[in-house]
Write a protein that binds this ligand. Structure first.
Ligand code: GLN
Length: 191
């Protein structure tokens, strides 16, 4: 496979994403500074704490760099806090975001008391629906889908994975299960 992917490595479980990409036969590198985005065709922005991630992206120059990376039409997969960072509107509380996909998200939208939950969801594909394992950790909830946004997966009545053009988001942690569906979708999209 000629393409190389990157996983933002400022915070959180980025190596678990890398392990999933490796299992799919995709080459990847950790992204800690702007120059490392050169030559990357797909970028995974992992979960963590979005407020902290914003500070780390600012101080490393990666906020600006990822904005221009997206501007150049290259692909992004934002999961959990990563989804918050790329969403257009963020609530609870409102905070700055890159606005790369026309969705509204509510931080900790499943209630703070539900710290972590494993659930079964449904992934919709051209070949038909398939069940998918999902892990939610203080997860953001998608509260609005813009017209150009496609729902890719649902769980308990909520859209939990979506796509607009080259930007894919998931409110859960796809790297914490054995289920390769979400990463496979992203790698296929990049390739
Ligand atoms: N609750 C976190 C936030 O608002 C996201 C949690 C996660 O990424 N697992 O930034």
């Amino acid at each position: 496979m000629a393409v190389e992917l990157g996983v933002l490595g400022l915070q959180g479980d980025y190596s678990a994403h890398g392990a999933m990409l490796e299992r799919l036969g995709a080459a990847w590198r950790v992204i800690k500074k702007p120059s490392q985005l050169d030559g990357i065709d797909g970028l995974v922005i992992p979960g963590g704490e979005s407020t902290t991630l914003i500070k780390l992206m600012d101080s490393s120059g990666l906020w600006e760099a990822i904005a221009s990376y997206a501007d150049s039409g290259r692909s992004i997969f934002g999961t959990c806090a990563g989804m918050i960072l790329v969403a257009k509107d963020v609530s609870n509380p409102a905070q700055r975001s890159l606005g790369l996909i026309d969705i509204g998200v509510e931080r900790n939208g499943y209630g703070r008391q539900i710290d972590s939950a494993e659930a079964g969801g449904v992934f919709r594909s051209a070949e038909g629906d398939c069940s998918m394992d999902m892990v939610f950790i203080r997860a953001p909830r998608i509260t609005r889908l813009g017209d150009g946004v496609e729902a890719l997966a649902e769980c308990r009545g909520d859209v939990v994975m979506a796509r607009q053009d080259k930007v894919v988001v998931a409110s859960f942690h796809p790297e914490l299960t054995d289920d390769l569906t979400a990463h496979r979708y992203f790698v296929d999209m990049v390739v």
